[in-house]
Design a protein around this ligand. Structure first.
Ligand code: GUN
Ligand code: FE
Length: 442
């Protein structure tokens, strides 16, 4: 067993609010201890009292005066886009054709996919992110590479093979039956191994034929508990294209509804330009709208309407969308979310932002029973954050005297330099200083 000592901060879902909405109840212990056993959180409480009861065999990682939070959760990003990030000067459809599709074409090579997966996981863990929903490429081997690397690190990861059979370069296309069959084989090979979960991943409506969406519908019906991840209503040109391709559909969301994909654990990236009917359809289906602020700003897609999602009762996730997005850091992502909402005349209090990055994103992914909080029985995925990691943070903190303001400054000014350590299933998977764990009573 291992114990982690520091300022423990976690958020309980507030049942009075939308499942992933609101800030939830704040749980804060100034001198807290998290006891970990067999990869799970065994107990949480006041450190002095708990240490008196614990045997001297228990190793204590003393992270005072740093904050201990649930590991961050990133519900939308693309493994093959780590070398697309920061590509100049295009909106979505041109960006895909000019930069993204050519890059993803390289991922038929298993060595490329393995290297990118290693890089991505290193980067996520350095930023305190312990779970993500990940698009790989059309190539089944890209999923094998990502899952193998995730399994070896003991991470809870959700990922899938992109299905697309039109409107992309031939090297990236599968075919209706082939895409579903390859997905089925990947589910058999990976889903449920360690903490891995397979996500059914049609890229988005413009790159799938109706035959492929039919096959996807059958796959989704056969696996009602799996995640589905795709993109929805990100860009006006994209929406026009969907209108041309699916003239029978009332709107973009209706395409996914027709194939049974608007359902619980359905993760719909962006949802910038939804109409009234579409918001209601998302709520009715129990699906999640994923807010990707750095991507939406970078690609000029638009401003997500968080207040609308809350009013409609639609679950919301907050995600990086690497590589349309520009940062691996959930702190940076939340900071940009704050600014997007400021342009909309909305606010994002610090407690709500940290709730979204942890318990909120867990609920948005249907994983609230396993991750997202520091509570007994949950998986021991945690990040230790230093709110004084940089000169700018230290300067600001001189004038901060309460937790909400400290967290807000950390969110606006912080990045991976604030990550002291990251734990997954109770194992230290990233460490800023490689400091050793020390025995209790020492
Ligand atoms: N829509 C379809 N594919 C993509 C992608 O890779 N990134 C983003 N941001 N939007 C998409
Ligand atoms: Fe995306």
């Amino acid at each position: 067993p291992l114990a982690i000592r520091g300022r423990v901060l976690s958020f309980d879902a507030d049942p009075a609010l939308v499942p992933s909405g609101g800030r939830g109840a704040v749980r804060y212990i100034e001198d807290g201890l998290v006891l970990v056993e067999d990869g799970l959180i065994k107990a949480v409480g006041e450190a002095p009292a708990m240490l008196r009861e614990l045997s001297a065999q228990v190793m204590v990682a003393d992270h005072r005066p740093h904050l201990i939070l649930p590991g961050f959760i990133d519900p939308h990003l693309h493994m093959p886009q780590t070398q697309v990030v920061a590509s100049y000067g295009a909106e979505l459809m041109e960006w895909l054709q000019k930069y993204t599709f050519p890059e993803e074409s390289r991922y038929g090579d298993p060595a490329v996919a393995a290297g990118a997966s290693r890089f991505l996981l290193d980067e996520l863990l350095a930023n305190g992110t312990t779970t993500a929903a990940v698009f790989c490429t059309t190539h089944p081997g890209s999923v094998d590479a990502f899952f193998a690397e995730s399994l070896s690190r003991g991470l809870r990861m959700v990922a899938g093979k992109v299905m697309m059979d039109r409107n992309a370069p031939p090297a990236l296309l599968d075919a209706a039956e082939e895409g579903a069959a390859d997905s089925e084989a990947l589910i058999a090979r990976w889903h449920g191994r360690g903490r891995l979960e397979y996500a059914i991943s049609p890229r988005f409506a413009p790159t799938s034929s109706e035959a492929q969406l039919e096959a996807t519908a059958a796959l989704a019906r056969a696996h009602p508990d799996l995640h589905v991840q795709t993109h929805l209503s990100e860009n006006l040109g994209e929406i026009d294209f969907v209108k041309q391709l699916f003239p029978w559909a009332a709107d973009y969301t209706a395409v996914y509804e027709r194939y049974g994909l608007v359902r619980p654990k359905g993760l719909f990236g962006h949802c910038i330009h939804l109409g009234d009917r579409e918001w209601r359809a998302m709520a009715r289906g129990g699906a999640t709208a994923v807010f990707c602020p750095t991507s939406n700003l970078f690609l000029g897609s638009g401003l997500f309407d968080l207040a609308r999602a809350r009013v409609e009762g639609v679950k919301v996730g907050l995600a990086t969308d690497i590589g349309g997005g520009t940062s691996y850091s959930m702190l940076r992502t939340a900071s940009e979310a704050y600014k997007v909402l400021a342009l909309r005349g909305q606010t994002l209090p610090a407690f709500e932002a940290f709730h979204m990055m942890t318990a909120g994103n867990a609920a948005a992914m249907g994983l609230e029973e396993r991750i997202g909080r520091i509570a007994p029985g949950l998986e021991a995925d945690m990040v230790v954050l230093d709110s004084q990691a940089t000169t700018a943070l230290r300067r600001r903190m001189e004038r901060v005297d309460n937790l909400a303001d400290e967290l807000f400054a950390l969110l606006v000014l912080g990045d991976e330099r604030s990550t002291v350590a990251t734990y997954a299933a109770g194992r230290r998977v990233f460490d800023r200083r490689s400091g050793p764990a020390r025995p209790a009573h020492a």
